[in-house]
Design a protein around this ligand. Structure first.
Ligand code: NAD
Ligand code: DAU
Length: 364
């Protein structure tokens, strides 16, 4: 059995990856996570008695800790999920994004390089550093532009996207300069169980259930390309197992939808699964002031990973969204913990001064 050092494994995508890895027997897992606001204590509770899973609280920027973990567990791979990940927070307070996404990734790379260089030849050959990144590094598309390919020039627009672009460049440089066996994946918007409810889909589900306004930025016509989180995790594992070193892969679900369409689909599902007499959840839709610098459209061309590695998503947007809504309905304890304390402060900070621009009827 292989051992993976997963960073940021208590967050949304990392936790889904770890659960898949343990369920499918991919590897023994060491999870290094700082436990920021975005992580959740119950997320990996199901693994508390699993001898193949170990949690370590700490920072990817702590070189001594990372080196100790590498020496102790001798992982075959590091998978770097750890990041500050919310665009709106990067606009309000970018500092942590530079610290974790750029400086933290740099420290992780440097510690990995020093460790990797002293490995025996066969271990050196086997080792991989997989960096989980985003399509936001490519910037924003116009309606008729072709989707992002691996060779699309980087043009990050938010502090978050710029920090991820910076980390991607460092990963590239560590492969090019030192030969560190790196892999980079750039994925589109994920959705699914265990996503922190600051992001669009869980926020809309939970607000709708409570009868609160469903905030849509600007005109609701911004387009995102949605992928169910388990499909992303399968793609990452396939890249780790089968890709040549130094490669980058775009991952996406070919599900381009406007934000308004996504919100309306959630409302329709809730009308079925959590009906209220004489009430349509879509009546809660509220247009609010736009996000500064809001990227208009993302779309991923995932033909390279399909062609080279035979990866395909399993979920359609309809099936994945239904599963996601059901998960939030079934996990009210998780939801309550996620929304306690600092979450309320964030909701006030991000949403209280964004007056309604125009009534929803005029947008349909
Ligand atoms: P998340 O915010 O849900 O989780 C991030 C995790 O990283 C948290 O558990 C947090 O505690 C941890 N973390 C933060 N700083 C750390 C540090 N310095 N040291 C150790 N741990 C730290 O994020 P997510 O949505 O799961 O995203 C995971 C990765 O995937 C990120 O790199 C993100 O850029 C990328 N990504 C996300 C999406 C998406 O739609 N969510 C899409 C493409 C790529
Ligand atoms: O594209 C991949 C990226 O997707 C990841 O790298 C990021 O980590 C992840 O957060 C996500 O970024 P987005 O900014 O696209 O996701 P978010 O859920 O914040 O917003 C999705 C869209 O919905 C976006 O156009 C903004 C809009 N939105 C978001 C929120 C939170 C709203 O209209 N209202 C909201 O309240």
């Amino acid at each position: 059995m292989q051992t993976y050092l997963v960073t940021g494994g208590t967050g949304f995508i990392g936790s889904n990856f770890i659960l898949s890895a343990r369920r499918e027997g991919w590897a023994t897992i060491i999870n290094l996570d700082k436990l920021t606001y975005a992580s959740h204590p119950q997320t990996l509770a199901a693994l508390s008695d699993d001898p193949g899973y170990q949690f370590v609280q700490g920072d990817i920027g702590d070189s001594d800790l990372v080196r100790t973990l590498l020496d102790t567990h001798q992982p075959t791979a590091i998978l770097n999920f750890a990041a500050e990940s919310h665009v709106d927070r990067s606009i309000v307070s970018p500092h942590d994004f530079i610290q974790t996404n750029v400086v933290g990734t740099f420290n992780l790379l440097e510690t990995s390089r020093v460790y990797w260089e002293q490995l025996a030849a066969n271990q050196k050959e086997q080792f991989r550093f997989l960096h989980v990144s985003t399509d936001e590094v490519y910037g924003s598309l116009n309606p008729t532009d072709p989707a992002f390919r691996e060779d699309t020039p980087y043009a990050p627009n938010s502090p978050y996207a710029a920090s991820k672009a910076g980390s991607d460049h460092l990963v590239r440089a560590y492969h090019h300069t030192y030969g560190l066996p790196t892999l980079t994946t750039n994925c589109s918007n994920n959705y699914g169980p265990r996503q922190f409810p600051e992001k669009l889909i869980p926020l809309i589900i939970l607000n709708a259930l409570e009868g609160k306004p469903l905030p849509i930025y600007g005109d609701g016509q911004n387009v995102r390309d949605w992928l169910y989180v388990e499909d992303h995790c399968n793609a990452i594992h396939r890249v780790l197992q089968h890709s040549c070193v130094g490669e980058t892969y775009n991952i996406g679900g070919r599900n381009e939808l406007t934000n308004l369409t996504v919100v309306e689909q959630i409302c329709s599902i809730l009308d079925e699964l959590a009906p209220k007499p004489n009430f349509k959840h879509s009546s809660l839709i509220t247009f609010i002031k736009d996000r500064p610098g809001h990227d208009r459209r993302y779309a991923i061309d995932c033909s390279k990973i399909q062609r080279d590695l035979g990866w395909q998503p399993n979920e359609s947007f309809e099936s994945g969204l239904l599963k996601t809504v059901q998960w939030y309905l079934d996990n009210s304890n998780w939801v309550e913990q996620a929304r306690s304390g600092a979450y309320q402060t964030w909701m006030k900070q991000n949403y209280s001064d964004r007056s309604v621009e125009s009534p929803v009827e005029s947008r349909h």
